[in-house]
Design a protein around this ligand. Sequence first.
Ligand code: UAG
Ligand code: ATP
Ligand code: API
Ligand code: MG
Length: 486
Amino acid sequence: MKTVNELAKATEITQWIGPTDVVVSALVSDSRKALAGTLFIAVKGTQVDAHDFISQVIEKGCRVIVAERVIEVPEHVTVLVVPNSALALGELAHAFYDYPSRSLELVGVTGTNGKTTTTTLLHDLYTELGYKVGLLSTVVNLIGKEVIPSTHTTPDQIALNALLADMVDQGCSHCFMEVSSHAISQHRIAGLVFKGGAFTNITHDHLDYHGTFKEYIAAKKTFFDELKKDAFALVNADDKNGMVMVQNTKAKVSTFGLKTHADFKAKVLENSFSGLLLTINGIELWTRLIGDFNAYNIATVYGISQLLGSDSTEVLTVLSKLEAVDGRFQFTKSETDITAVVDYAHTPDALENVLKTIENIRTRNEQVITVVGCGGDRDALKRPEMARIACELSNKVILTSDNPRTEDPAEILKQMEAGVGAHQSMKVLTILDRDQAIKTAVSLAQPKDIILIAGKGHEKYQDINGVKHPFDDFDVVKNYFTKLKK
Ligand SMILES: CC(=O)N[C@H]1[C@@H](OP(=O)(O)OP(=O)(O)OC[C@H]2O[C@@H](n3ccc(=O)[nH]c3=O)[C@H](O)[C@@H]2O)O[C@H](CO)[C@@H](O)[C@@H]1O[C@H](C)C(=O)N[C@@H](C)C(=O)N[C@H](CCC(=O)O)C(=O)O
Ligand SMILES: Nc1ncnc2c1ncn2[C@@H]1O[C@H](COP(=O)(O)OP(=O)(O)OP(=O)(O)O)[C@@H](O)[C@H]1O
Ligand SMILES: N[C@H](CCC[C@H](N)C(=O)O)C(=O)O
Ligand SMILES: [Mg+2]
């Protein structure tokens, strides 16, 4: 419970209409969840403008409304007019939950790829170091070992602050969280105090939402623009937009990388199906993670740990024991010696990295068979690109469905096929049903071949028209492997 007076201190209010001493039991931004005593914040979204629901929530008993314009309400209702409701929602939610980020070492990781991997490694690292740690990620949210299912990469303002408050209540010292570009644009992280932020990389994704690559960069950069002076900003020195991210930051800037000079510099010595041997700032380290891109992730994690003041030797010892994240280069072998790799590569860059990793670590001239699709209601421009990359770096490609969501999967596949050059088309099969596509890959594979199943990684469902049908790439391929005769 909080009074409007207390809450109002947390955000800019341009006009205040009505009573000031009202008690608020909860914050709500979805009219369907409004109850008597709750404060309703009207946010204009991509589908609807919640200002249209204000009279409905007043009927349900809301006595306080936060809105972007003056609205006519009964006398007993308070209206707080704010310049930006989404921003106010973040700041008010932070205040409502007693400013939880101030009591945590909160570190945010942004970038196109590598957020889940780095934040999860950080969670596991700090847990091993003896701390109770929170994690907010695409795969799962964790408070220590307690699992809270994840619906977004970065939760909305209310859910996010409620989770951070639970972390504080349950004695967490740190929280590592993914910061998606959608979250930055929608002010889901407004009001939070970050101990530091890290930038992994930026490549083609989400242009459906941000419009242009320039706008996508600008959205990510805002995160660093808003870090405080005593925070750290760790960026990828090898990414051409790494320094762009921190052009206007007040935070203390450090870099990591493999190719150019960097404060935390990694060098890959060996790369195989059992892991990576690398050096970080000259110290040798063995990790179970696979692929050069994971050397970047390890360098990010190591860099953050040093910026948080942890002991370098202790950190490196633990890092060498950590397991890969679910659905990230997760592999299994059939009794007939076919390898299947399940990976969450759902962007052109990630797909290229994973296929190049396979190219580097395969020992003989095995065939690489790639099964890949692209999600519906997401950036369509990456579809032909991903098909082109799959063809260039595989011996055989099976184009299939990912999460079509509300789109026609056959149409998505046509857009992917447009990326396949005439000289490559012999390599390509299109099989809409993902289960059948995986089955076909298994039947085409010879002993020693490698099947890459890309795009869905850890996901346990296929979203078709809003219905989540149980589906797990790893289980499906393992099942077809068991049916193979030796
Ligand atoms: C495109 C997008 O990001 N949409 C997010 C956005 O929804 P929106 O702007 O479309 O909202 P809207 O439906 O127009 O509604 C506007 C407001 O009206 C309210 N409303 C709506 C209906 C109603 O009856 N009553 C009502 O009050 C809503 O609660 C909302 O406050 O705000 C919602 C509330 O925070 C999010 O749940 C929703 O995420 C959707 C489900 C989504 O799929 N988002 C994905 C793209 C996303 O956010 N992904 C990133 C990761 C991307 C990556 O890097 O891989 C993530 O962080 O998860
Ligand atoms: N540092 C990296 N650079 C490039 N590609 C990477 C990197 N780390 C992981 N990948 C690739 O990207 C895929 C997604 O990795 P991860 O889940 O860690 O990224 P993410 O940023 O959390 O993605 P999302 O935006 O969906 O939350 C992996 O399966 C792998 O193929
Ligand atoms: N966080 C990403 C996940 C994409 C995963 C892929 N399987 C798809 O459905 O496109 C997104 O929401 O765009
Ligand atoms: Mg993620």
